[in-house]
Design a protein around this ligand. Structure first.
Ligand code: SF4
Ligand code: SF4
Length: 190
């Protein structure tokens, strides 16, 4: 296994731990009812998006109203995956994944990004027909890399994505060195 793969795995583990710690802390402070409400509203939050947004963007119509395009979130993102496009932040996973660090949300003063929103970029992987893993079981890079076990191959070597488990981090796309995974918006109503 390569050093870069090890580094990637370590980073993923650290991110998971950070998220878990944050989640635990939040859980201790929040009543259980609020957690249920947040989970139920996460689907609605992703509706109507024309572009991928920072992972804790509020529902798109409100987001458009509240976000003033200041660009603080894009400056705060340690991996540089946010850009201001048409006056609002969009997220592009080309060279780095979103590890749900929350720096963008913390930097936002307008309320357009909100720590109570379930972390989800709204992106979901589409595994293309030419994926090598579909031919035999020699490649399972995306399945192995996914920190949320959202990708699995069946006994006929055909992959599937559990959209409810996936949070659109994009790690699967980055580990596929054949470029056979694209990310598309979960709800794209254009
Ligand atoms: S959660 Fe972190 S990595 Fe993801 S977009 Fe926001 S600042 Fe960037
Ligand atoms: S399937 Fe989803 S959660 Fe898993 S690596 Fe891909 S984008 Fe991330």
């Amino acid at each position: 296994m390569s050093d870069s793969r090890d580094a990637c795995d370590n980073r993923s583990l650290m991110s998971s731990r950070e998220v878990s710690r944050r989640g635990l802390f939040r859980g201790l402070l929040s009543p259980a009812k609020k957690v249920v409400e947040q989970t139920a509203s996460s689907e609605e939050t992703l509706l109507h998006r024309q572009y991928p947004r920072p992972p804790q963007a509020i529902a798109e119509p409100l987001f458009i109203q509240k976000c003033d395009g200041c660009g603080r979130c894009a400056e705060a993102c340690p991996v540089g995956i946010l850009n201001i496009h048409e006056g609002r932040p969009t997220l592009a996973i080309e060279y780095a994944e979103c590890d749900a660090c929350g720096a963008c949300t913390s930097s936002c003063e307008s309320g357009a990004l909100d720590a109570s929103v379930v972390m989800d970029t709204g992106l979901r992987p589409v595994i293309l027909p030419q994926c090598l893993g579909r031919m035999d079981d020699l490649c399972r890079m995306c399945e192995i890399a996914c920190p949320r076990t959202a990708i699995f191959f069946n006994q006929q070597n055909q992959p599937a994505v559990d959209s409810a488990k996936c949070n659109g981090c994009g790690k699967c796309k980055l580990v596929c060195y054949h470029g056979d995974i694209i990310l598309s918006l979960k709800h794209h109503d254009s």
